[in-house]
Design a protein around this ligand. Structure first.
Ligand SMILES: Cc1cc2nc3c(=O)[nH]c(=O)nc-3n(C[C@H](O)[C@H](O)[C@H](O)COP(=O)(O)OP(=O)(O)OC[C@H]3O[C@@H](n4cnc5c(N)ncnc54)[C@H](O)[C@@H]3O)c2cc1C
Length: 577
């Protein structure tokens, strides 16, 4: 019997594992990951991690930026805990070996980031996620007793009588299906950007943890809030980090004009300071792109309309020193050099503000089930996450979930193995049936593509009720068709078809929750912009969306009040300094 079973070997999962091992070395901890932990999406984070460090900065200012950036949908008690604990987490990471970039005098270097009024984004050049994940991974290796299930795919949570009992997982290499009994489970499975066709997210980001929890009765929260990042490479969706604009990059339309000066980015005066306009919040920048496109001021390419990111004036030296990875990505994937060429970019799905509903310690309404990281919604991101808040979030809440799960495991008796055993056997039989050849139905890839385009059309940067309602019908239909999808591979080892089918079924359910929440929220707030309800409506919707799976399998949406502590709702204002 495992005491704490963590699903996910990314930043949140590994941080939780260390927290459990440190809380009580006697506890048995296991990390299950569908890829080798160092391949988790955390590795690709570039720009940095926010935490107050400068003498000119305060915790309250970081709180305020986060809350106003989130359009007042963040739970303020969660934000206060997050901001207070983030600096210690980043320092702890340094002690474990993370090579934060430094100023000449030895102080930790920080860069500005979108929507943050003070410089508080720590970075390790522009490979922050790589160094952060590597540091966590090597730290977990100190604890010999952390059991690893590398390249195991979890297909089901075992829940009985409101309490979690473990999981069922498939070993990818052999196809072996196993029931793993556990006193507690922490979901740290990352986001679900792959429900959209054009995303910065790795192919593994299919939201499995959200679907696993949702199916067992745990609600998802704020699923309508999908973050578009304004600067993705047009063909691949590869991210060009906000750090490129923090270092002084400009966004130009087809006339070579810095078009953001024409838009209200939430600044008190109509014309924002030229210095900071490219560092407006991501939702507003992505919306400005759509307006430029409508005005015919974007550049057409075979991979859609683009604007240009101009770094040429920074000079080769600064680009090499501060954002070398941007140069490497541009050279490898776009065949250009940002020191001499303009970079074509367009908005790209990047991050899910929503996720599994948890409290401040990662606890879900199912006893013994916790969630942390991008798969969870605590919520500190509200209607729009600020860049560089996510890496510290996975550390702060990964640790909290680890400690809370360790306590739960110590205080509660073992669950009954018989019940979990029976459920596990049912799941095994279901998977074996799913692996049988079935040649009649549609291809998994075709169904997935249809889902992605439906979502992009209905739940993209701008949304309207009519299109959303139609998308809800299409998704219901796709879900039925996915039940009879064509399966050609009936083998055990590395059966990627079986795994893709499990991922697709989960993504279809998640897509339904995104559309249902977007349909229900008849206002515009942060990343959720309704062209048929353009104003923010605090009287009705200063509330989280909470979506449960109804007994017939459809999403059922309700509202949950937002926790306000010290910052009453106001206008979103940037660029004051
Ligand atoms: C390109 C890019 C750049 C970014 N840059 C920044 C940045 O500069 N600053 C910032 O703050 N944020 C950034 N973000 C966001 C941030 O990196 C992520 O939100 C964060 O790393 C998520 O960490 P996580 O631990 O929650 O999930 P992940 O790192 O995605 O890990 C998920 C884990 O779950 C496992 N898993 C998933 N499903 C299953 C299953 N069914 N069975 C078993 N295992 C499973 C995976 O194997 C993986 O180990 C960036 C994101 C992207 C995509």
């Amino acid at each position: 019997m495992i005491d704490v079973l963590i699903v996910g070997g990314g930043g949140a999962g590994l941080r939780a594992a260390v927290a459990v091992a440190e809380t009580d070395p006697a506890l048995k901890v296991a990390v299950v990951s569908k890829v080798y932990p160092m391949r988790s999406h955390t590795v690709s984070a570039e720009g940095g991690a926010a935490a107050v460090i400068g003498l000119d900065d305060t915790l309250d200012e970081h709180c305020y930026d986060t809350i106003s950036g989130g359009d007042w949908l963040c739970d303020q008690d969660a934000v206060e805990a997050f901001v207070a604990e983030a600096p210690a987490e980043l320092i702890r990471l340094e002690h474990w070996g993370c090579p934060w970039s430094r100023e000449r005098d030895g102080r930790v270097a920080v860069r500005p980031f979108g929507g943050m009024k003070k410089m508080r984004t720590w970075y390790a050049a522009d490979k922050t996620g790589f160094h952060l994940l590597h540091t966590l991974f090597q730290t977990t290796l100190k604890y010999q007793d952390i059991l690893r299930y590398d390249e195991w795919f979890v297909t089901k949570l075992l829940v009985d009588d409101g309490r979690v009992h473990g999981v069922v997982a498939v070993e990818l290499r052999t196809g072996r299906i196993e029931t793993v009994h556990a006193r507690t489970v922490i979901l740290a499975t990352g986001g679900c950007g792959r429900v959209f066709p054009f995303t910065t997210n790795a192919a593994i980001k299919t939201g499995d943890g959200m679907a696993l929890a949702y199916r067992e009765g745990a609600p998802l929260k704020d699923m309508e809030f999908v973050q578009y990042h304004p600067t993705g490479l047009p063909f691949t969706g590869i991210l060009i980090t906000e750090a490129a604009r923090a270092e002084g990059g400009w966004l130009l339309n087809k006339d070579g004009y810095r078009y953001l000066q024409d838009y209200d980015l939430g600044t008190p005066t109509p014309t924002p300071k030229l210095r900071s306009m490219e560092l407006g919040p991501r939702d507003r920048l992505s919306q400005a792109f759509v307006h430029e496109q409508r005005k015919g001021r974007t550049v057409d390419t075979p991979h859609g309309p683009v604007v240009h990111l101009d770094l040429r004036h920074l000079g080769e030296g600064r680009i090499e020193a501060r954002i070398p990875f941007v140069r490497e990505l541009c050279r490898s994937y776009q065949n250009l050099d940002p020191a001499t060429d303009l970079i074509p970019v367009r908005p790209v799905v990047h991050y899910m503000m929503g996720g599994v509903h948890t409290d401040l310690n990662g606890a879900t309404p199912i006893a013994g089930l916790f969630a942390a990281g991008e798969t969870a919604c605590v919520s500190i991101n509200g209607a729009n996450r600020l860049g560089s808040n996510s890496l510290p979030e996975i550390l702060v809440f990964g640790r909290r979930a680890g400690i809370a799960a360790a306590e739960f495991a110590r205080e509660h008796r073992e669950p009954q193995p018989a019940v979990a055993g029976a459920q596990g056997e049912d799941e095994r039989r279901r998977l074996l049936r799913a692996r049988e050849r079935h040649e009649g139905g549609e291809r998994i890839a075709g169904l997935r593509e249809r889902m992605q385009h439906t979502l992009e059309e209905a739940a993209g940067i701008y949304r309207t009720g009519g299109v959303l309602a139609k998308a809800a019908d299409t998704l219901a239909d796709l879900r039925e068709r996915a039940e009879y999808a064509r399966v050609e591979d009936d083998s055990g080892p590395f059966n990627t078809e079986l795994i893709s089918l499990q991922e697709l079924r989960g993504m279809l359910e998640i897509a339904q929750t995104i559309v249902a929440c977007a349909l229900n929220r008849q206002e515009s707030r942060g990343a959720h912009q309704r062209t048929d309800h353009t104003a923010r409506d605090d009287a009705t919707y200063l509330a989280h969306s909470l979506v449960h799976r109804a007994p017939d399998g459809t999403p059922s949406v309700g509202l949950l009040p937002v926790t306000i502590t010290r910052w009453p709702p106001g206008e979103r204002v940037y660029g004051r300094d």
